[in-house]
Ligand binder design. Structure first.
Ligand SMILES: *Cc1c(COP(=O)(O)O)cnc(C)c1O
Length: 390
């Protein structure tokens, strides 16, 4: 399918599909680990790369290729490489593009496993990371070193929904000769397209909104062809590639991505407004609210505030846990990006292994709760929270 003349809505349901001889309407699921050649010469040509085509599913698979083309079309990227999970996408990016002696500058407010990977694992291989305050552009500039190869951010951040100016960080990274990677998991290309704002790489955990129904793990790296080719070379050798089954499930999820993101974001704004008016709520963190410190930037950079709302209950851990424990509808789980609304207490779960002092410094208080708003009625979500809020 030609991708150029079509809008995002159309690409989300059509891009990347190539029908087989059977003329199937829905995307085919090719559950095969290897591919056969018509003769020895073709086998040789496929292996040498002289002829394009599938060889082995660690390298490529038609269902995975369809997923890659569809996500690339949505992100406005020339290339996309699918990975086994979001973490595999981050691992593959760094392993492919950096070497011992190189340096990363990363926002302090990134996903916990990404922090561990950068701060505790890459250090063993001679790659150091400086963590900086998420929204302070000067801090990124100050942290740059001659050997800085990558700047890594996530916006809005988890769980405080801080919004980082992608264009400003891209300018700083490029002045320093580094690439900018943006983890676009929270917004998806429906709400934010980092490559249009100057980023070089977009990272996805497809496990979240792209699937959208909490079924499978997946990930992806979107960038220009030269960068994705490097990531591909690492991935085809090292192995954390996306399974065709998971690619097929995520493809089906992507067909409803836009309407889910719009509906879940609208519900999140509604819920955020109701929570802000509640007497037992000390503070609400949601980029779509005028009270949010980066509201103007968020409205410029994103199509809406997204579907994650965090709020601080008056009191502390006991009061926050009371809200969680009185939920009958909301799922108590740290996952997000699902059509089923989830609730988590970051200080004792996702951020539980950080020291209390570091947590307090990061602004993650004992009364903080994070809601990933799904597709239930906002009245029902609000009523469930009020059970324990009073
Ligand atoms: C979940 C998540 C990841 C990791 O993705 P997995 O698919 O679980 O490996 C990375 N970044 C963000 C922002 C996430 O929410």
């Amino acid at each position: 399918m030609a991708t150029k003349p079509y809008s995002l809505d159309t690409l989300a349901v059509r891009a990347g599909q190539e029908r087989s001889q059977f003329g199937e309407h829905a995307e085919a699921l090719y559950l095969t680990s290897s591919f056969v050649f018509k003769d020895a010469a073709q086998a040789a040509a496929r292996f040498s790369g002289a002829e394009e085509g599938n060889v082995y599913a660690r390298f490529s698979n038609p269902t995975v290729t369809t997923f890659q083309q569809r996500l690339a079309a949505l992100e406005g990227a020339a290339g996309c490489i699918a990975t086994a999970s979001g973490m595999a996408a981050i691992l593959a990016t760094v392993m492919a593009l950096l070497k011992a002696g190189d340096h990363i500058v990363a926002s302090r407010s990134i996903f916990g496993a990404t922090q561990q990977l950068f701060g505790n694992i890459f250090t063993r291989f001679g790659i150091e990371t400086s963590f900086v305050e998420a929204t302070n552009i000067d801090a990124y500039r100050a942290a740059l070193q001659p050997n800085t190869k990558l700047v890594f951010i996530e916006t809005p951040s988890n769980p405080l929904t801080e919004v980082i100016d992608i264009a400003a960080v891209a300018a700083v990274a490029h002045q320093g000769g580094a690439l900018l990677a943006v983890d676009n998991c929270f917004c998806t290309p429906v709400l934010q397209r980092p490559l249009d704002l100057g980023a070089d790489l977009v990272i996805h955990s497809a496990t979240k909104y792209l699937d959208g129904q909490g079924r499978v793990l997946g990930g992806a790296v979107c960038a220009d062809k030269a960068l994705t080719e490097e990531v591909f070379k690492f991935l085809r050798t090292a192995g954390p590639t996306l399974s065709p089954f998971n690619a097929w499930v995520i493809l089906k999820g992507m067909e409803t991505l836009k309407i889910r993101m719009q509906a879940q974001s609208a519900a999140a704004l509604d819920l955020a407004q109701r929570l802000e008016a509640h007497p037992q709520v000390a503070r609400v963190f949601y980029p779509g609210l005028p009270s949010h410190p980066q509201h103007a930037l968020a409205m410029r950079q994103q199509k809406s505030g997204g579907a994650i709302v965090s709020f601080e209950v008056k009191g502390g851990r006991a009061e926050a846990w009371r809200v969680v424990d009185h939920c009958q509808l909301l799922s108590i789980t740290a996952n997000l990006g699902d059509v089923k609304t989830t609730i988590t207490h970051p200080a004792s779960t996702t951020h539980g292994r950080i020291s209390p002092e570091a947590r307090a410094a990061a602004g993650i208080s004992e009364g903080l709760l994070r809601i990933a708003v799904g597709l239930e009625s906002v009245d029902d979500i609000e009523a469930d929270l009020k059970n324990g809020l009073g």
